[in-house]
Design a protein. Structure first.
Lengths: 436, 293
């Protein structure tokens, strides 16, 4: 379905392109993305909007499959000299593309080179640094940015007579009541992202040496403190007592029971908002990702997940100028607000956030503001993100070991020891790929 | 018979050229490239690479997960091969004896052959789905909480069932034609000598089916090893997690999903060696016992 829609969109884009080339020889630029379904339609809308807004450039979006498939397609194309102008790369692939010297032209350079005013402080707090290098220069242009938040079934909580929890201690207090009311109290859709990466950020805990990996690949090692191990011990306990539902590694497998009203609270992406509001038949709302009140310094903000747009190197200046003007269009408050409203992803600039507030959007849909509010919570030393290579495999290792922990095949301490050993081995191997 | 000789010595080479060039471009060249890449750790974009000797092989073999994946692959391959050959043989022997409505019966058994592995996987996913799968609901009646994607062995079970279901028709077609190729006079002579149908099958029919069986054994091992990729991929939904995967799927995960070119090349070199050894064993040891006439 997704590809059919994309094809339809492409035909529409091509038709528009046809009309504009009658009078001008527009510079064509390509954009490979991983946005399927409804998101893909909005991507096509944005591209059409850009093509209609000016005559000099024409952008063509191409759907390339999942995040992993899109990155791999981009790499293969780059090696063959056939790379697109813009490649969408997801959070876990950031180290791969940023670590390759000369694969991309930094977004900041692209914009400044084309004479577009650029100020990093225009971007919201949790977005600004994730795709930047250690000096703070923005390499990737954040695009679909989301953060994990807690969705809850309003009816379920009312029936149990409880409030949505702010901390995990509060959750432990209300979970038995929700269970009594006939619900599985909690589920989540992405253990590495929600219960690991953002757990570290929410509790201001170090995740890796070398400044969470930003200072270079060599010698970067994973750091797991007591708080995260205790968290997983608690989660395993919840699972055994029926306070937590685990439906495997697949995102949808865990979201479906919430959509069907079996699970009372679900940890998902702020970008899930659009999809949920179209699917569920019960009133729902959202709140911040809970944290452990017992951990000192906890309650800091989270960072973004999702993906960024990278301007691939090796393209003529004329095309790079078009990429710059597309980035400028994309980050304009109006486009960001439209993207935010249609998809639930957060607006990446302060101006767009202000526009949404001024428009009164959050008065009608307060849950849509949770993600951005959480991203703008006060940060700490370890809240700007992480940068680690072969991170896709490291996430696979986490998923495997977490699966073993939850099914009782291994203990929490042994599981984390394996993640550390396998993860550090992968990091060490990655460091050798970039050393020339 | 009159000997036919080519006029020029070049002509045979010319006739062989298309076939050889395909082998070189699509097999030898990529294989050589894989062997080369397995000794390097390379930046996926191709900017830099470090020669690491046998490190990739050592890292692969010593990693905590590789042993488990290899064991699963061995068990999975044996189970799929044994079950799909056994079931197909049973069905073919029975189908051979059906007198009325045999074509309907045969068509019903054969149509699955036309289903592509990813589609078979998709059907498997639907049947075994945690939330809506009818098989899950069915086994729940007997108190089995089948949990695909969460429980390692349940996922392995679903993979094996789907892979066998997909392969039985192929074997069925070959076994049936093999059975029909056994001459009536041999069968009649056998039924005069021996009254037990079971014994007749093992002493007369089965040896005569051996060439077909040997061919199918090779085809099935290859199938379980390589062609089940689509089924595995669809069943784990691109997120391996704590699910069983085959060695071939792991090459894909590390190479194409994780962009670890060196590690994934080392794994594929190991696979190449395995397949080579397997082929030698098959032809040296098993084929000797097969009689073609």
């Amino acid at each position: 379905m997704a590809s059919v829609k994309t094809v339809a969109g492409l035909v529409a884009a091509a038709a528009m392109l046809g009309t504009s080339t009658l009078s001008y020889a527009a510079t064509d630029i390509s954009w490979w993305h991983a946005m399927g379904g409804r998101l893909g339609e909005v991507v096509v809308d944005i591209s059409n909007g850009f093509n209609a807004s000016q005559q000099a450039c024409s952008i063509t979006p191409v759907f390339k499959g999942t995040y992993e498939e899109t990155l791999t397609a981009g790499i293969a194309a780059f090696r063959a000299g056939e790379q697109p102008n813009i490649l969408q790369v997801f959070d876990a692939g950031a180290a791969t593309i940023i670590g390759a010297p000369g694969a991309v032209v930094p977004a900041q350079d692209i914009l400044e080179g084309a004479g577009v005013a650029f100020n990093k402080d225009d971007y919201i707090e949790g977005v600004r640094n994730f795709y930047a290098d250690s000096a703070g220069k923005m390499i990737g242009m954040p695009f679909n940015s989301s953060t994990p938040i807690l969705y809850y079934n309003v009816d379920a909580l009312k029936k149990a007579g409880v409030e949505a929890p702010k901390t995990w201690e509060e959750f432990e207090a209300i979970a038995p009541k929700l269970k009594e009311a006939g619900y599985v109290p909690l589920a989540q859709s992405h253990l590495p992202w929600i219960f690991t990466e953002n757990f570290m950020s929410r509790h201001n805990q170090q995740f890796a040496t070398n400044n969470n990996g930003y200072d270079g690949a060599e010698g970067t090692k994973l750091v797991f403190g007591e708080p995260i191990k205790n968290h997983f011990k608690a989660v395993k306990g919840w699972l055994d007592q029926g306070y937590f539902g685990f439906y495997g590694t697949g995102w949808d497998d865990n979201q479906t029971p919430f959509n069907k009203g079996e699970v009372a609270m679900w940890l998902g992406s702020s970008g899930s908002f659009g999809g949920i509001s179209k699917t569920v038949e019960f009133p729902f709302s959202a709140t911040y990702l809970p944290y452990w009140g017992s951990v000192e310094g906890a309650g800091t903000g989270t960072f973004i997940g999702g993906a960024a747009l990278f301007s691939m190197a090796g393209k003529p200046d004329g095309e790079n100028k078009c990429v710059a003007s597309f980035f400028e269009y994309l980050t304009s408050p109006e486009v960001q607000y439209m993207w935010h409203k249609e998809t639930g992803y957060v607006p990446i600039t302060n101006a767009a956030y202000e526009l949404a507030k001024k428009d009164g959007y959050y008065e009608t849909a307060p849950a849509a503001e949770i993600g951005i509010k959480q991203l703008t919570l006060p940060g700490g030393e370890w809240t700007k993100g992480y940068r680690m290579g072969f991170y896709v495999q490291i996430r696979d290792v986490m998923n495997r070991e977490y699966g073993k922990i939850l099914s009782g095949e291994t203990s929490v301490d042994e599981g984390f020891a394996t993640i550390e050993a396998d993860g550090n081995k992968l990091l060490e191997r990655f460091a050798k790929t970039t050393a020339n | 018979m009159k000997k036919v000789l080519f006029q020029s010595r070049l002509v045979p080479y010319l006739l062989l050229f298309p076939q050889l060039s395909i082998v070189i471009v699509f097999f030898l060249w990529p294989a050589a490239e894989a062997v080369r890449a397995s000794f390097y750790l390379e930046d996926p974009f191709g900017f830099g690479s470090t020669f690491v000797g046998f490190d990739n092989f050592v890292d692969t073999v010593t990693s905590t997960d590789y042993g488990r994946v290899a064991r699963f692959t061995a068990v999975f391959t044996s189970l799929v091969t044994f079950l799909s050959l056994g079931l197909a043989l049973l069905l073919a022997v029975k189908a051979d004896k059906v007198l009325r409505g045999s074509s309907t019966y045969k068509t019903l058994l054969m149509w699955v052959y036309a289903v592509a592995p990813p589609v078979a996987g998709l059907i498997g996913v639907l049947l075994f789905d945690q939330h809506v799968g009818p098989i899950v609901d069915f086994v729940a009646i007997f108190g089995w909480n089948l949990n695909i994607g969460v429980d390692y062995y349940d996922t392995a079970f679903a993979m094996t069932v789907t892979a066998v279901w997909k392969q039985v028709p192929v074997n069925f077609i070959f076994f049936l034609s093999g059975l029909q190729g056994i001459s009536k006079s041999v069968q009649e002579a056998a039924s005069i000598d021996c009254r037990s149908g079971f014994r007749r099958f093992w002493t007369v029919t089965f040896p005569l089916l051996a060439p077909t069986g040997f061919f199918l054994l090779i085809i099935n091992i290859t199938y379980a090893f390589f062609d089940t990729f689509g089924i595995v991929d669809i069943l784990v939904k691109n997120e391996p997690g704590n699910n069983p995967v085959t060695l071939v799927y792991k090459v894909y995960l590390d190479g194409f999903r994780g962009n670890d070119l060196g590690g994934s090349s080392a794994q594929s070199v190991i696979l190449m060696a395995l397949v080579f050894i397997l082929t030698v064993i098959q032809f040296r040891l098993i084929e000797r016992r097969v009689h073609y006439n």
